[in-house]
Design a protein around this ligand. Sequence first.
Ligand code: FAD
Length: 386
Amino acid sequence: ESSVKPIVIIGTGLGGYNLVKELRKSDQETPVIMITADDGRSYSKPMLSTGFTRNTDADGLMMADAGKMALQFNVSIWTNTEVTAIDTAKQVVTAAGVEVEYGSLVLAWGADVIRPPIGGDATDSVFSCNDLVDYATFRAELKKRKAKKVVIIGGGLIGCEFTNDLLNGDFDVETVDPLGYCLPTLLPEAAGKAVQAALEEKGAKFHFGPLVTEVNKQGDALGVTLNNGSVLDADIVVSAVGVRPRLALAEQSGIAVNRGIVANRLLETSANNVYTLGDCAEVGGNVLFYVAPLMAGARALAKTLAGTPTEVSYPAMPVTIKTPACPVVVAPAPRDAEGEWTIEQSGNDVVAEFRNPQGELIGFALTGKGTAEKVRLQKELPAIMA
Ligand code: FAD
């Protein structure tokens, strides 16, 4: 009987699973218990918006089930089990009525989708795809309804990726966003309009400016009401307006939160022996809903948990947006950074550089053939957290 208290990890997304993968490289001994509210299947979440392009459904996107993951990494995985309380003084979490003691606790429980306030009698026809279970449900609904027409709420990263993917699946796609062009919070106008033009060439219809206010039954199908008075026909609606870190349980447990669960560069939260990683975390002031930062975090935290305290560094991490009609690579400037865009454009190929008042490159946006400039510009970018 070992008296070593386990490492408990809440969440089996890319955050949780990459952490155990890294941890087991240097520590095969410490018992690990992973607790997840879902079925614990391992999958690459970014692939959810490529199902039709790659001709794979939700099952096809699964890489391994929980049983296989548990064997591979010698960990216990409790599936379909929600953690409902954390006592940071006693170092105990409560899950399915059972109390589990921890030596270290890692909060890798991700982010929730933001649900826009929508009325009408068919809001149960509005789906979001933020995990494999959601995606399986969405694909089943498309089939059940013999859906042809899809309305997407949101023209940001997820909305544009689904627009492109569903066009590749031969659906009619109309996408609504209150701002003025594609990926409005990430790209300057010229680049966003290039993405828009390429998706329109494939048949997308965009409605920029209005908000979706209602979804109602209309015969066998749906009517999607916009606040400019128009009503779009649809068989199904996808909501893709963004995510926000899950904070409630941390807050209830007295763990400091801000935009995310607050962590220093050791990924330590305000509570002793409690760490956080992935979409729920705010690390050194950065809330980043991307894979690259959580991979960097998993490598650093694995070393820390194995006994060598290691701070995480974030290099420049440009993001590739999966709109094959018009490929996009973007490195957003830091929040609230001052600066100006300089833009070179030829057709849908854009190279846009964002420079601060000192003339230093602090962000960029590339579309079409402009994406070939990624490596050159990435070298010039400062680290996000050196
Ligand atoms: P999640 O994968 O959400 O995992 C959270 C886990 O916590 C789940 O297992 C859940 O069941 C569990 N959980 C939650 N609450 C509880 C509880 N109370 N008790 C027990 N368990 C709980 N990023 C990129 O870098 N590039 C891309 O191209 C890209 N494309 C994307 C496309 C789509 C469609 C989406 C949705 C995201 C995309 N992202 C992309 C973002 C990226 O996928 C996420 O940043 C990343 O997967 C987050 O992983 P995570 O482990 O933090 O959270």
